[in-house]
Write a protein that binds this ligand. Structure first.
Ligand code: NAI
Length: 340
């Protein structure tokens, strides 16, 4: 069966890691018609605006997109296209599995946790204004509805995947109303899942415990900003931003993208690690039922990283993106070798 997938290469290292990922997915024998679309600065330069209607329409039509990172100017210029895309498509779930990888040496082994981040509101609702010169207000929007639906998704995920514990992360002692509402909504949902242990934890303590003992965590559930920050922290536990995948999921469409950004410091140098986007593509392949190809790509990553002689600079190696991509393709097991 052939799939139609919208491809947003993004900017910075985006085109390099999407190109690598597309090559590997095709080498794994998945038949895909890629429809490439622009967003961000490149779309502006093409006279289309930051988030062109045709890009959104393509994702609404085909339901699935693979996305490279998109740069957001700091403190000025256009607002985040990433945030805009998630809101426009109501991709309310950000799902980021964080796993130790064979062959990637870090302080902790056996990290196996999933970060669920509410993706549409919180401080990322983008409601900021200047009250008077020198005084700015930013509104943190938390609604019961949005909190309940992300919690429901996280608990359903935990149920289906046999996960045993959900940690609700918050700062409700200080933000009594906003985080208090998020916490209460999540705890309400938790009551429907008495067989899954539910705990709540302040974000500051959670950050410390993640660094000290990440293996005590299973599923982490939180609002938007905390999820953004803790996702990067969790990436650091398993080898960095080059290896952690993600998905933004709504009721009608899903956009698969890595946790990392456009990495301007290494863009265009053939140095980027495509593993994070590749593992996002593995999640995407599972989402569209290509289980065999997904598992084979995962095994090829494991083989190459375990062997250790071909790896990118972020993991202590000297290989280029292109060399690493070819090594993954060469390590792909035969379709018949893998049972799913
Ligand atoms: P970043 O994730 O782009 O980079 C942080 C550090 O990690 C850099 O040293 C970079 O070289 C390294 N890194 C990231 N991904 C890597 C990879 N695949 N291989 C090897 N090294 C990698 O974060 P930063 O610098 O804060 O953001 C840069 C831009 O990306 C900003 O404009 C930001 O708004 C945007 N961004 C976009 C995201 C998206 O499109 N979903 C997510 C996060 C940031």
């Amino acid at each position: 069966m052939s799939h139609t997938i919208v491809l947003l290469p993004g900017d910075g290292i985006g085109p390099e890691v999407t190109d690598a990922t597309v090559r590997i997915v095709e080498a794994a024998g998945v038949s895909v018609r890629w429809i490439s679309h622009l967003a961000g600065q490149l779309a502006v330069e093409a006279g289309l605006g930051t988030l062109p209607a045709e890009t959104l329409d393509a994702i609404k039509t085909h339901r699935i997109a693979l996305k490279g990172p998109i740069t957001t100017p700091v403190g000025k210029g256009f607002t985040s296209v990433n945030v805009g895309l998630r809101k426009a498509l109501d991709l309310y779930v950000s799902l980021r599995p964080v796993n130790s990888l064979a062959g990637v040496r870090t302080r902790h082994t056996d990290v196996d946790l999933v970060v669920f981040r509410e993706n549409t509101e919180g401080l990322y609702a983008g409601r900021e204004h200047e009250v008077v010169p020198g005084v700015v207000e930013a509104l943190k929007i938390i609604t019961e509805g949005a909190s309940r639906r992300i919690a429901k998704y996280a608990f359903e995920y935990a149920r289906w995947r046999g996960r045993r514990q959900v940690t609700i992360v918050h700062k409700a002692d200080v933000m009594k109303l906003s985080d208090g509402l998020f916490l209460k909504a999540c705890q309400d949902i938790a009551r429907d899942y008495p067989y899954i242990r539910c705990e709540e934890m302040n974000i500051d303590r959670c950050a410390m415990e993640l660094v000290l003992e990440p293996t005590r965590f299973d599923v982490l559930l939180m609002e938007n900003l905390y999820g953004d920050i803790l996702s990067d922290l969790c990436a650091g536990l398993v080898g960095g931003l080059g290896v952690v995948p993600g998905a933004n999921i709504g009721d009608t469409s899903a956009v698969f993208e890595a946790v990392h950004g456009s990495a301007p410091d290494i863009a265009g140098q053939n140095k980027a690690n495509p593993t994070a986007l590749l593992l996002s593509a593995v999640m995407m392949l599972r989402h569209i039922g290509e289980l065999n190809a997904a598992r084979r790509i995962e095994l090829a990553v494991e083989r190459v990283l375990s062997a250790g002689d071909v790896r990118t600079g972020d993991l202590g190696g000297r290989s280029s993106t292109t060399e690493y991509t070819q090594a993954i393709i060469d390590a792909l097991p035969d379709a018949k070798e893998v049972r799913v």
